[in-house]
Design a protein around this ligand. Structure first.
Ligand code: HEC
Length: 457
C-alpha cells in the first residue's frame, strides 16, 4: 500500500510505526497503574472507536516489546514447532474485520449487591477494525495435531509479585474459526502498545479476556488448560443465582461469547428535554457469536410499550456494533423513563433486571435513562463536589497495598467484610505483605471506608 508522504512522516514522527502510543483522550480512569481506562458515553457516537478513545484493560504493567527480537512461538501438539517474526506473519494472507472488543467485566459497577473488581460503567468496550492473520492458518502451518483440544496464549507481560502469569486458552473450535485472528493492526494503524503491540489475539464475539495482548506464545494442548485465569477467574455460573450468594468455582464455567446488549448514549440520564420538541434517542447495540443485532426497540414509558428504532443497514456485520436512532417527541411535561432492548440473529434479547453473578461478568441488562420533559430548560445543576477525603490511611495500607497499584482500585469498591477478607487473601497470595498483627486493623479500615454504600458516594 502506498502511504501519502505527509501521513508517513506524521506516523513515523509519532513513533506509531514502532507501536508507540498517542495519548488517550477524555477517558474515565479506573486504575492509573496497571492502566485501566474506560471510554465515556460520548464514545458511542463513533462507529469505529478511534484509538485515542478505545478502552484499556491491563492486569499488569504494559510491556515494551522490541519488535526486532520479538518472536511468536507455536508449540505443543504440533508436527512442526514454529518461531515466527512479525515479517513472517505479515507475509501470510491477511484478513481485516470490524469487531467489538468488550471486557467481560464491562458494567460490573452496575451490579447490586456490589462485587469486587474494577467498577466499570458502560464503556469497557469499543468497536475496532482489526487486521492480521487467521489463527487457523498459523496452526495449519505448524501442523496442529488431531489431539488438539485447547489453544493456550501467553504474552510478554510480566506478573507483579507472586500473582499468576496472565495466560488464557480458547477451545480448538473457536481457534479454527475463520474469524479468529492474530491482529497486528487496529483501525489501519500499527497495534498500539496499550492494545498489545506487536500482536494480539482477536477472538471476535468473545469477551476480550480471551484476546491476549503482546502475544509471544501459542501452545496447542491435548487437554483443557487449568491455570488461574481459566479456573479461578473469568468464570460465570451460566445461569442466574441469588444476589450475594457464593458459587463454588467448579460450579462455574469460563466466560466466552458476549451477550446481546444495547447502550443509550443520548439523551443523558437525569437531564432535561423540551416538551413538544423532537429529541433523538440514540445508542449502539452488539452481540457475540449469535450476532448480528437484528433489531432494537425503544420504550419511553418505562417498558409498557415498545417501538422499533432505526438501525444503520450498512453496519450489519456479525461482530461489529450497530448504531441506532429513535425519533421521539415528548408530548407533555413529565418525567420519562427511556429503555432500549436489542435482539440478535438467534432471537436472544436482554433481561429487564440484573441477573447477578459473583464476579460481575457479562452485564447486559436493558439500559434505563430518565429525562424530565419541561417547558423551558433550567440552568444545568452544578456538579456534585468531590467526595470527602478518606479517613487517614493506616500505615499497613500504604506499605502493603498502595504498592503495585494506587489506592484508586480500592476506593471504587463497595464490599462487605467477607468480600474484603477475600480480597486481602487474594492480594497477600499475590505478594502483598500484611503482618498478622496488622490484618484485623486493615480489614476494619477497608470495610468501614469502602463498605457497601449507595453507588455515587
Ligand atoms: C504484588 C502486587 C500487589 C499488591 C502488593 C497489592 N495488589 Fe491489589 N492488585 C494487584 C493487581 C495486579 C491487581 C489488578 C488485577 C487485575 O487487573 O486483574 C490488583 C487489584 C486490586 C483490587 C481490584 C479488585 C481485584 O481483585 O482485581 C483491589 C480491591 C486490590 N487490588 C486491593 C489490594 C489491597 C487491599 C492490597 C493490600 C492488602 C493490595 N491490593 C496489594 C496487585 C497487588
Amino acid at each position: 500500500m502506498k502511504i501519502p508522504r505527509r501521513n508517513f512522516l506524521f506516523l513515523a514522527g509519532a513513533g506509531l510505526l514502532r507501536g508507540e502510543d498517542r495519548p488517550k483522550l477524555d477517558m474515565l480512569v479506573r486504575s492509573v497503574r496497571p492502566e485501566d481506562l474506560e471510554m465515556p458515553l460520548s464514545g458511542f457516537a463513533d462507529y469505529i472507536t478511534p484509538i485515542d478513545h478505545f478502552f484499556v484493560r491491563t492486569h499488569v504493567y504494559a510491556p515494551k516489546v522490541d519488535v526486532d527480537s520479538w518472536r511468536l512461538k507455536v508449540e505443543g501438539e504440533v508436527a512442526t514447532p514454529l518461531t515466527l517474526t512479525l515479517e513472517d506473519l505479515k507475509k501470510m494472507p491477511a484478513v481485516e474485520m470490524v469487531s467489538v472488543a468488550e471486557c467481560a467485566g464491562n458494567g460490573r459497577g452496575l451490579y447490586e449487591p456490589p462485587v469486587p473488581g474494577l467498577q466499570w460503567g458502560t464503556g469497557a468496550v469499543g468497536n475496532g477494525r482489526w487486521k492480521g492473520v487467521r489463527l487457523a492458518d498459523v496452526l495449519k502451518r505448524a501442523g496442529s495435531k488431531e489431539t488438539a483440544k485447547d489453544i493456550l496464549f501467553d504474552g510478554a507481560d510480566v506478573p507483579l509479585g507472586t500473582m499468576p502469569d496472565f495466560q488464557r486458552s480458547i477451545p480448538v473450535k473457536k481457534a479454527l474459526d475463520a474469524y479468529t485472528i492474530l491482529a497486528y493492526e487496529m483501525n489501519g494503524e500499527t497495534l498500539p502498545v496499550k492494545h498489545g503491540f506487536p500482536l494480539r489475539v482477536m477472538a471476535p464475539g468473545w469477551a476480550s479476556d480471551s484476546w491476549v495482548k503482546w502475544l509471544t506464545s501459542i501452545r496447542v494442548l491435548d487437554k483443557e488448560h487449568d491455570g488461574f485465569w481459566m479456573k479461578s477467574s473469568y468464570r460465570h455460573p451460566g445461569k442466574p443465582v441469588a444476589p450475594g450468594s457464593a458459587v463454588p468455582l467448579e460450579k462455574m464455567q469460563p466466560v466466552t461469547s458476549l451477550h446481546v446488549k444495547s447502550v443509550i448514549a443520548a439523551p443523558l440520564d437525569g437531564t432535561q428535554v423540551l416538551a413538544g420538541k423532537p429529541v433523538m434517542i440514540q445508542g449502539v447495540a452488539w452481540s457475540g457469536d449469535a450476532g448480528p443485532v437484528t433489531s432494537v426497540e425503544v420504550s419511553v414509558d418505562g417498558g409498557r410499550s415498545w417501538k422499533p428504532a432505526v438501525l444503520r443497514p450498512e453496519q450489519r456485520t456479525q461482530f461489529g456494533w450497530r448504531q441506532w436512532g429513535f425519533h421521539w417527541t415528548p408530548s407533555q411535561e413529565a418525567y420519562y423513563t427511556i429503555l432500549a432492548r436489542a435482539r440478535d440473529a438467534a432471537g436472544n434479547t436482554q433481561p429487564l433486571d440484573g441477573e447477578w453473578n459473583p464476579a460481575g461478568y457479562s452485564w447486559n441488562v436493558v439500559p434505563r435513562v430518565g429525562v424530565d420533559a419541561v417547558k423551558e430548560l433550567s440552568a444545568a445543576s452544578p456538579a456534585l463536589p468531590p467526595a470527602a477525603p478518606n479517613a487517614a490511611q493506616p500505615g499497613v495500607f500504604k506499605s502493603a497495598c498502595a504498592v503495585c497499584h494506587e489506592d484508586d482500585v480500592v476506593r471504587q469498591q463497595r464490599l462487605t467484610r467477607a468480600q474484603w477478607d477475600r480480597e486481602i487473601n487474594k492480594m497477600t497470595g499475590w505478594g502483598a505483605r500484611v503482618k498478622d498483627e496488622d490484618r484485623a486493623g486493615l480489614l476494619d479500615y477497608l470495610f468501614s471506608n469502602y463498605g457497601p454504600r449507595p453507588r455515587n458516594r
